[in-house]
Design a protein around this ligand. Structure first.
Ligand code: FAQ
Length: 321
């Protein structure tokens, strides 16, 4: 992976690096946006490539659980909404790969890492969508958690990532609403439909709570990321905000959050401890659908080879003309 700046020769004298680093830190502290041609520390560049790439992969792999229901949506209206949502996620992946490319890594390199199984993507997408209610739960909870995490990223110190996030967040907001509306219909429907909605909440609640990453005490990147204003809140802060916002929504749906320790303390909804051993297993590749997800991505990549070849041939022809 190329982590060298475009204007960042390896041979900079130590005093130059220290002056540039000082200037960089001052700009970040002043809420200036860092742009691709600007000098930046190698560690900042590496941190951004890591996070943006993981984010891009998550959007792409994240198409699979809901894509599973495209051919079985219960009405044309529901199918149209779901199609639009899944296509939006593909677009998000593309904006994010483009944002990562401004840091000197190629999309091909990143995709190769995903297909080789060496790249991370969000743990949440390794859980199966077993019923139609899961489509609602993914929109409500997973997109809801994504918005909580991603709205602050619109203020990220790196310009291309921050700008990509503005559009992504607008679309995620539609995704969250369609999921909540879908679940509202089920939760207010027949007893069987209500039970289906409850079952979806039972299975998606804890994985959604864990999406925000390990507890702050175990986060490896919190400190540096906060200092460089990539992240604006810690994992635990965002997790608490998500729980505070989502519990009243579950109450509105007359659904029960599957956490016996959930209690309101007058300011926040205090919640139980997620099963962090499950989180670690899923992140390491041993979740319910990790293998299936990678097989699906590899197959899609192989099936799409002719499109890439045709696009390259077309571009070459245009250069010759
Ligand atoms: N899954 O020190 P931290 C979406 C890793 S998009 C897997 O806390 P950081 C839209 C982390 O990478 C969802 N791995 O790390 C949608 C690191 O490993 P590394 C994705 C995780 O980066 C909806 C290690 O643990 N959103 O949902 C997870 O400061 C519906 C230590 O962690 C984003 O990616 C996890 N959940 O904070 C699409 C948002 N959490 O790299 C389709 C951008 C942590 O050292 C359908 N990303 N790890 O090997 C972020 O905000 C951050 O990267 C965090 C993690 C908050 C995810």
């Amino acid at each position: 992976m190329c982590t060298q700046g475009l204007d960042q020769p390896r041979t900079l004298a130590a005093e130059d690096v220290s002056a540039r680093a000082e200037h960089f830190e001052a700009r970040v502290a002043a809420e200036d946006k860092i742009e691709p041609p600007d000098w930046m520390p190698d560690a900042y560049r590496a941190l951004l490539i890591r996070q943006i790439a993981q984010h891009a992969h998550s959007e792409i792999v994240g198409m699979l659980p809901e894509g599973n229901w495209l051919s079985r949506a219960p009405s044309l209206r529901r199918k149209g909404i779901l199609l639009a949502k899944v296509q939006d996620e593909a677009g998000h992946g593309l904006y994010l790969y483009s944002a990562a490319e401004t840091l000197g890594v190629t999309r091909d390199e990143l995709v190769d890492q995903l297909l080789a199984g060496t790249a991370k993507y969000s743990s949440i997408f390794n859980y199966p969508t077993l019923t139609w209610a899961d489509v609602g739960a993914v929109g409500w909870l997973v997109d809801g958690a994504a918005i909580m995490n991603q709205v602050p990223l619109c203020r990220c110190s790196y310009g291309p990532y921050a700008r990509a996030m503005v559009r992504i967040c607008r679309e995620e907001s539609f995704h969250q609403r369609q999921g909540f509306e879908l679940l509202t219909v089920l939760a207010q429907g027949t007893p069987a439909q209500h039970a289906m909605a409850q079952d979806a909440l039972d299975r998606w609640w804890w994985p959604a709570v864990m999406m925000f990453g390990p507890p702050d005490s175990e986060s490896t990147h919190n400190d540096r990321s906060l200092r460089w204003k990539v992240k604006r809140f810690t994992n635990d802060e965002l997790r608490q905000k998500f729980v505070d916002l989502t519990v009243p929504q579950a109450q509105f749906l007359a659904l029960t959050v599957p956490d016996p320790d959930l209690a309101y303390d007058g300011e926040h909804w205090r919640f139980g401890k997620p099963d962090w051993s499950e989180f670690k297993r899923v992140v390491k590749g041993d979740g319910p659908c990790n293998r299936e997800r990678l097989v699906a991505r590899r197959t899609a990549h192989e099936d799409g080879a002719w499109v890439r070849e045709a696009a390259v041939a077309h571009a070459a022809k245009r250069v010759l003309v």
